[in-house]
Structures are given as structure tokens and as C-alpha cells.
Design a protein around this ligand. Sequence first.
Ligand SMILES: Cc1cc2nc3c(=O)[nH]c(=O)nc-3n(C[C@H](O)[C@H](O)[C@H](O)COP(=O)(O)O)c2cc1C
Length: 166
Amino acid sequence: MSFKEINVSELSFNPFDKIGKQWMLITAGDESGYNTMTASWGFMGVMWGKNVIETVIRQSRHTLEFVEKNELFTVSFYPEENKDTLKFCGAHSGRDCDKAKETGLIPYFTEGTTAFKQAELIFVCKKIYTQDMELSALSEEHHRWYADGDMHKAVMGEIIKVLVRE
Ligand SMILES: Cc1cc2nc3c(=O)[nH]c(=O)nc-3n(C[C@H](O)[C@H](O)[C@H](O)COP(=O)(O)O)c2cc1C
């Protein structure tokens, strides 16, 4: 399995389906230690003249510790056959298990960060903005998402490389 770099202008997908239905893995760290988790909420767009991806990661996630410690993270997408793997990575914490070992995901270390060889599309992102989301700024109809107080942190990364499986 190898990857080739492409330009964002070569991408053609519906971001709502891509993120919301296909889901993605957010991964941070390197050979010395990394963690990954499934996400289906997030954004792709343009900010400060840069192509960006914004993920939203709850404070309780082990992955957030790796995202906070590292300048880079990846957002990666997988063929449908990997759905069970994504379900596993979205239901277990890296605090309690080795997700790669449990699912067969093979780490792909690139640019000093990590994705997985099974990916069909990898965005290597450089963190440019993080912010704890605040309940007071959220319309009340959505407060139910935070009944346990586990707020999201918004983590925006500039897309510095796009890799597709060859
Ligand atoms: C389909 C799906 C989507 C998810 N989306 C998010 C998300 O956008 N943000 C988030 O914080 N957690 C999300 N989760 C939950 C985390 O993936 C889950 O809590 C995971 O076990 C965290 O692992 P960690 O503790 O190793 O980081 C999602 C889970 C699933 C199954």
C-alpha cells in the first residue's frame, strides 16, 4: 500500500457525506506513541487564506492529549470494508487498549505524524487554532449534547498534505 500526494483542487466529494456518513479517524503522535479515534463531526473549508479541517474533540478523549502535545495530526478516511474498525476506534479508548492491535490497523508514519495504511485518503494537518467550546455560546436546543459537561475542543488544522492511496 502506497500513497501519492495530490492537490486539494483534485478532490471531489461531498463533505457532508464524507465526514458525517463515511466517518474519519483523527490521529496524533508518532512512532514513540500515538492515538486515534473515530469522528463524524467536523468541517472542511478556508480560513486565514488556508485550506483547513476543523475537528471537534471532547475533553475526555485520550486522542485530545496527543493532539494537544503535537503540532501535527492527521484526518484519514477508509473504505466501507473498514467500518467495523472505525466503530471499534469510536467505542474504545486508547487508554484501555491498543486500537491498532485490536483492529489490524497498520500505522503509517508520515511527516512526523501518523495515519494508517488502510486509508484511502489522508489529510496531514498542522494545528493552527484550538478553542474550548462554551455552553454559553451554544443555542439551548443543543445543550442536551453536553448533559455530562464533556465539552468539545475545536481543533483547526491547516491542510499541509493530501495523500491518496495508489
Ligand atoms: C461514528 C462516531 C463518531 C464520533 N465522533 C466523535 C467526534 O466528532 N468527536 C468526539 O470527541 N468523539 C467522537 N466519537 C467518540 C470517540 O471516537 C470515542 O469516544 C473514542 O473511544 C475516543 O477514543 P480515545 O479515548 O482513545 O481518544 C465518535 C464515535 C463514533 C462511533
